[in-house]
Ligand binder design. Structure first.
Ligand code: ATP
Length: 738
């Protein structure tokens, strides 16, 4: 399937050189240092080799034609490998697969498949699909044949797995492991995200629970508020109606009382009737008094007259018996007094004579005047008494008349007084009524004032109710205010409604404490919860995919172990055969390390870091030991073998591995260098045998080997340091090789 190799600017191949592989076995021959090994390395290079060491270089530059005196250095080295893909060995729908790699002096590489630029990984995958894995087992570099003998048991195992084509399992396992690691990283990441999220989510859940409690409280508040407001509305309306009516009634009564009072007061202040009656009383009193005093005067007159009458009668009697009866007493008294006065004035004679003369005159006067005849006197007295009697009669008649008048006057007075008294009673009644009305007015005034106070109070209640409504609206929303109005307040004590109000207040406070509607919190909780749900389901998916990957890894390991065990058995059979063939007897076999050896080895190699692995895993990682037994020789370790013996053993092993899982091609760079003639022949036989299944490119100086090749290329190097290629015949080849 290997068709062609094209080399330009790679190492000593300054100019484009093309090798066609038309035979199953191609030998490349030429003198030392002509550039043969460079051809093997051109393969390594093109197939993606990354190790500079395996291409005998330190830097990429070392791979590019370095120039000589005649040909300047190149800036790039390019190698193309062409495979036949008519059998579709490569998983690509082309009859030919052209892999090219170019390296530049700056160290950068470019890869392409059939002219399309690709990544190294694409090359690796394509090659792996055709059982061309790492180059180590199908390109055996010069002096590297016994590498497998010198390698550590574990590296040997890796080489054997590679040669057995089990790398694909290893790759798949690594891939699965990488995926598993990534998945576990993701799991850890998701877990850490969940852990980060958890306290916030818990907090939000707490908040939402609180909000749910608040919702319940809000519902309570709405129900309580609707009841309270409906009743309060009805109550206030009813109270307002009542008080308005009360006030109206009181006002009307007050007005009526005021009117009545003012009319009564008016009546009380303008009392003409009373005055009239009083005047009548006064008039009667005056007339009674006048009559009474007239009568007293009359009585006194009568008394006087009756006295005079009695005196006159007495005098009449005296006149009869006494000469002086008629002499008035006053005149006698006056004479006596004159006599005494004259007698006292007798100091001097003249005075006494004068007094005596005066006295004589006085006595004469007296006698002339008062001593009259007795008859005259009597008649006079009787006349006087008669006159007095008449007068008395007149007076008594007058008194009788007057007495009648007085009686009339008195009874008139009594009547008028009675009238007045009766009138005064009416006045008192009026006053009493005035007081009563004033009292009633005060009462109504009080009622009005109370009504006003109540109206004011109801106004305050209404304001308070409005405030309550606003507050509840803010707290619980419009639902709290959409209630059916009541036609009347329930017949209950006011206390009941007051208790409702207190309960409402308590609910309000609790709701306020519980916070607002918390829409943002709910939203956030929803988001965080759905994020958590997402993470949980992602974690679930990841856990499933991790479990799937673990199962896959397990399967791959089982598969690998199965194939490896089978391969090992086959390789061992073939190894033993080839070994016996090469050495003309003896035996060789590969075996798995014992677990304790692995542990010991780990101690040496990795400081025991891997200790504690599961026994099954240990077994899977167990390295490969090589035990050989040479005919007629006792060999304890591989180190004790000669160079030729080591080469023979290596070749036996390489060929055994290639036999069991034939690679598409095998490049052997002077693997036969250390062989003597007899062994060279056996080597030649083995090559022929191998070439039935794998295409072989052998770089050799060995004549025997050259003889087995279908095509021979000679490589030469002239003075310009440039490797040149030419197709040669066997004889020429032998000559060239020398
Ligand atoms: P032998 O038979 O001794 O193994 P060989 O034919 O395998 O020899 P190589 O090792 O392939 O020879 O070639 C080595 C030659 O390639 C040396 O002459 C070396 O100078 C030349 N060479 C290596 N790298 C470059 C380079 N970058 N530019 C020019 N020449 C180079």
């Amino acid at each position: 399937m290997l068709k062609r190799l094209e080399i330009v600017g790679f190492k000593s191949f300054a100019k484009k050189t093309v090798l066609d592989f038309l035979s199953t076995t191609t030998a490349i021959v030429g003198p030392n240092g002509s550039g043969k090994s460079n051809v093997a390395e051109a393969f390594r290079f093109a197939l993606g080799e990354q190790s500079m060491k395996s291409m005998r270089g330190k830097r990429s530059e070392d791979l590019i034609w370095g120039g000589s005196h005649s040909i300047p250095r190149s800036n790039r080295a390019a190698v193309v490998v062409v495979f036949d893909n008519s059998q579709r060995s490569f998983k690509i729908d082309f009859d030919e697969v052209v892999i090219e790699r170019v390296v530049f002096r700056d160290g950068s590489s470019e890869y392409s498949i059939n002219g399309s630029r690709v990544r190294l990984r694409d090359i690796e995958e394509l090659l792996a699909s055709a059982n061309i894995g790492e180059t180590s087992h199908h390109i055996i570099s010069q002096g590297e044949a016994d590498r497998i003998l010198l390698a550590s048991p574990r590296d040997r195992r890796a080489m054997l797995e590679d040669a057995l084509g089990l790398k694909v399992y290893e790759f798949k396992k690594q891939e699965a492991q990488k995926k598993l690691e990534k998945t576990e990283e993701n799991i850890a990441q998701v877990n850490s995200l969940r852990r980060e999220l958890a306290p916030h989510l818990r907090f939000l859940e707490g908040q939402v629970k609180k909000l749910e409690r608040a919702d319940a409280l809000r519902e309570d508040l709405i129900a309580a508020a609707q009841t309270y407001f409906a009743i309060e509305d009805a109550y206030l309306a009813q109270e307002q109606r009542n008080v308005a009516r009360e006030k109206q009634d009181a006002t009307e009564r007050f007005a009526a009382l005021t009117a009545e009072l003012s009319s009564i007061e008016e009546r009380a202040t303008s009392d003409a009737e009373g005055t009239k009656r009083l005047e009548t009383v006064r008039k009667h009193e005056t007339s009674a008094e006048r009559l009474s005093s007239e009568r007293s005067a009359l009585s006194r007159e009568i008394g006087r007259v009756e006295g005079m009458l009695a005196a006159a009668k007495q005098r009449s009697a005296k006149v009869v018996n006494d000469p002086y009866a008629k002499v008035p007493r006053e005149a006698l008294t006056a004479l006596a007094e004159e006599t005494e006065r004259q007698a006292e004035q007798t100091g001097t004679l003249d005075a006494a004579l004068a007094a005596l003369g005066a006295l004589r005159a006085a006595v004469r006067t007296f006698v002339d005047r008062f001593i009259a005849p007795t008859d005259d006197l009597l008649a006079e007295e009787e006349r006087a008494a008669y006159a007095l009697e008449n007068e008395r009669k007149e007076l008594v008649d007058k008194d009788i008349t007057l007495g009648g008048e007085l009686e009339k006057a008195k009874s008139a007075l009594a009547r008028s007084r009675e009238d007045l008294t009766a009138h005064d009673e009416t006045g008192k009644e009026l006053h009493r009524r005035i007081l009563e009305l004033a009292h009633e007015k005060a009462h109504e005034e009080n009622v009005i004032a109370k009504s006003d106070a109540r109206i004011h109070e109801l106004g305050l209640f209404t304001e308070e109710l409005e405030r309550d409504k606003t507050e509840v609206l803010a707290l619980a929303g419009a639902a709290a205010l959409s209630y059916e109005p009541l036609s009347a307040a329930p017949a209950e004590e006011r206390r009941t409604q007051e208790e409702r109000k207190r309960s409402l207040e308590r609910t309000k406070i609790r709701l306020e404490e519980a916070g607002g509607t918390g829409e943002d919190i709910r939203q956030e909780h929803k988001e965080v919860a759905s994020r958590e749900e997402f993470l949980a389901s992602e974690l679930d998916d990841l856990a499933k995919s991790a479990a799937g990957l673990r199962a896959l890894i397990n399967d791959l390991e089982t598969e690998l172990a199965k194939h490896f065990a089978l391969g090992l058995t086959k390789v061992n059979a073939s190894f033993g055969e080839y070994f016996a063939l090469m050495f003309g007897g003896g035996s060789a076999r590969l075996s798995l390390e014992e677990p304790e050896d692995i542990a010991g080895l780990d101690d040496e190699i990795e400081g025991g870091e891997e200790r504690g692995a599961e026994p099954e895993e240990e077994k899977q990682r167990a390295g490969i030991e090589i035990a050989v037994s040479l005919p007629k020789k006792k060999v304890r370790s591989l180190m004790q073998l000669s160079g030729g013996e080591r080469a023979l053993t290596s070749i036996a092993l390489i060929f055994a591995m290639s036999q069991v899982n034939p690679p598409p091609f095998l490049i052997l760079d002077e693997t036969d260098a250390a062989l003597d003639e007899a062994n060279s022949r056996r080597y030649g036989d083995m090559i022929e045998n191998l070439s039935q299944k794998s295409q072989l490119i052998v770089i050799t100086h060995n004549r025997e080997t050259m003889g087995r090749a279908g095509i021979l290329y000679g490589v030469t190097m002239g003075g310009d340091g440039v490797s040149k290629l030419l197709s040669v015949k066997f004889d020429e080849a032998v000559a060239v090789a020398k």
